[in-house]
Design a protein around this ligand. Structure first.
Ligand code: AMP
Ligand code: GLY
Length: 413
C-alpha cells in the first residue's frame, strides 16, 4: 500500500517514520513535508488545506490511504474531499473536526454525552465576560473560541488580563480552573469503535518550571510511571466512547484520532480540550513505542474495520522528546538560522524535523518556531531522557532554546 501524509511538522515526520517501518507500506508520500521527511518519503508541493488538490494528488499517486496530520486541513474539509474521491482517509470530516475547531461545539457535545469537563460560559460581549469571570473566580481561564494553535488560551490570576484577552477575541469560552496533572490520551476511531494509545504528557509552557507563555509543546514522554492504574480504561469508558457515540448519533461519525487533553483532578479525569488530530510532540514518543504496524492500523480506522483489528502491541521501555525551538518562539520566531551537528551519534536517539528548510545553498536552516524534536529511547524514562539530552547537546543553532526539565520528575530525579 502507498500512503500520503499531509503536513510538515515533527508529528508528520514521526508518522512517516512509523509508516516506513510497516512492511505492508510500500511507499510514503508527503505534502508539503520538510527536509527530514524528504529522507524517507517523496515530497509533493501541494497546499495542505486545498482539499481538491490533495484528493487529486492522492488519486494520481494511487495511494491506498491518506493520513492528515494537522488541524487546519481537517477543519477545512480536506478529509471530506479525499473520501468523496473514493480514497480511504484517516482524519475526521469538517463537521466532526469542530470538536477541536470550536470550543463551544466541543462543550455542547460533552454536555450531551455526560463527559466530565470544566463548567464553562461562551461570551461575546465584555459584560458577559466579566460576569463569567466573577462566577468562576481565579485562576481565570479564557479561551479563544476559534483555532489558535494552542496559543489562544490565557490562564491568569489577573482579572484585567483575563478581560483584556476576552476583549481581543471575537468569542471566548470562559471556564472553571481544573487543578491537577495534565495527560494526553489519543484514541484511534473508525466512526464507531475506539482504541486507546499509550498516555503521554507534554510540556506546554515555554520555559523550565512551567514558566512563560503557552506553546504548541516543548517536549513529551511516555509512558507515565506515576499514572493511576486503570486510567486509560476510565478515560475510554467515561470520556472517549461517549463522545464518539454522541458524534455518531449527530450524524458526524468520528474517523481519525481523538486527542483528549485531560486534567487529573481530585474528582477524576476532566477534559481540558479535545483535538481532532495527533498531539505534537506527544505523537513523536507514542508512535516510537507502538509496535503494531501503523499503516494497517490507520487503514482499519479509515475503513471502519477497527473492531476486527488485532489488539495493539507496545515495545515497553520509554521515549522522551525535547523540542529545539527558535529564538523568540513562541512570540515571533526567528527563521533562517543554520542547524549544525546532524546526524547525531547517540545510541537510542534520533531527530525528527519540524520547522526546518534547506536554504539556497542546500544548508539546513530553521523555518519555524519548533525546529527539531530530539527523541531518546531506553529501558525507562531516565535512560530515554539522558539519551535525548545527550543527543540535543550535539546540535547547535544560533539563538535556539529548549527546556532542560522535560520528563525530569517522571525520571525519578
Ligand atoms: P488548551 O488549548 O485548551 O489545551 O489550553 C492550553 C493549556 O491551558 C492547557 O494545556 C492547560 O495547561 C491550560 N488550561 C486550559 N484550560 C484549563 C482549565 N480549565 N483549567 C486549568 N488549566 C487550563
Ligand atoms: N501538544 C499539544 C498539542 O498538540 O496541541
Amino acid at each position: 500500500m502507498r500512503v500520503l501524509v499531509i503536513g510538515s511538522g515533527g508529528r508528520e515526520h514521526a508518522l512517516c517514520r512509523a509508516l516506513r517501518l510497516d512492511p505492508t507500506v510500500t511507499e510514503v508520500h508527503c505534502a508539503p513535508g520538510n527536509p527530514g521527511m524528504a529522507e524517507i518519503a517523496e515530497l509533493h508541493q501541494v497546499a495542505a488545506t486545498d482539499g481538491a488538490a490533495v484528493a487529486e494528488l492522492a488519486g494520481r499517486l494511487e495511494v491506498g490511504l491518506v493520513v492528515i496530520g494537522p488541524e487546519a486541513p481537517l477543519v477545512a474539509g480536506v478529509a471530506d474531499a479525499v473520501r468523496s474521491a473514493g480514497i480511504p482517509c484517516f482524519g475526521p470530516s469538517r463537521e466532526a473536526a469542530a470538536i477541536e475547531g470550536s470550543k463551544a461545539f466541543a462543550k455542547d457535545v460533552m454536555l450531551a454525552a455526560g463527559v466530565p469537563t470544566a463548567r464553562a460560559r461562551t461570551c461575546v460581549t465584555d459584560a458577559e465576560a466579566a460576569t463569567a469571570l466573577d462566577e468562576f473566580g481565579p485562576p481565570y481561564v479564557v479561551k479563544d473560541d476559534g483555532l489558535a494553535a494552542g496559543k489562544g488560551v490565557v490562564v491568569t490570576d489577573g482579572r484585567d488580563e483575563a478581560l483584556a484577552h476576552a476583549g481581543a477575541c471575537e468569542r471566548v469560552v470562559i471556564e472553571e480552573y481544573l487543578d491537577g496533572p495534565e495527560v494526553s490520551l489519543f484514541a484511534l476511531c473508525d466512526g464507531v469503535t475506539a482504541v486507546p494509545l499509550q498516555p503521554a504528557q507534554d510540556f506546554k509552557r515555554a520555559y523550565d518550571g512551567d514558566k512563560g507563555p503557552n506553546t504548541g509543546g516543548m517536549g513529551a514522554y511516555t509512558p507515565l510511571p506515576w499514572a493511576p492504574a486503570g486510567l486509560t480504561e476510565q478515560v475510554m469508558s467515561e470520556i472517549v466512547l461517549p463522545t464518539v457515540a454522541e458524534l455518531a448519533r449527530r450524524g458526524m461519525p468520528y474517523t481519525g484520532v481523538l486527542y483528549a487533553g485531560l486534567a487529573l483532578t481530585e474528582a477524576g479525569p476532566r477534559v481540558i480540550e479535545f483535538n481532532a488530530r495527533f498531539g505534537d510532540p506527544e505523537t513523536q514518543v507514542v508512535l516510537d513505542r507502538l509496535e503494531t504496524p501503523l499503516g494497517g492500523l490507520l487503514l482499519a480506522c479509515a475503513t471502519g474495520a477497527l473492531a476486527a483489528h488485532e489488539p495493539l502491541r507496545w515495545r515497553g521501555g520509554a521515549a522522551v522528546t525535547v523540542v529545539l525551538a527558535a529564538e523568540n518562539y513562541p512570540a515571533d520566531p526567528v527563521k533562517g538560522d543554520a542547524i549544525d551537528g546532524l546526524p547525531i551519534g547517540v545510541e537510542g536517539a534520533y531527530v525528527l524535523h519540524a520547522g526546518t528548510a534547506l536554504d539556497g545553498s542546500g544548508r539546513l536552516v530553521s523555518n519555524g518556531g519548533r525546529v527539531l524534536n530530539v527523541v531518546g529511547t531506553g529501558a525507562d524514562v531516565a535512560e530515554a531522557r539522558t539519551r535525548a539530552y545527550d543527543a540535543l547537546g550535539e546540535i547547535t543553532m544560533r539563538g535556539s532554546h529548549h527546556r532542560s526539565d522535560i520528563a525530569l520528575h517522571a525520571s525519578g530525579a
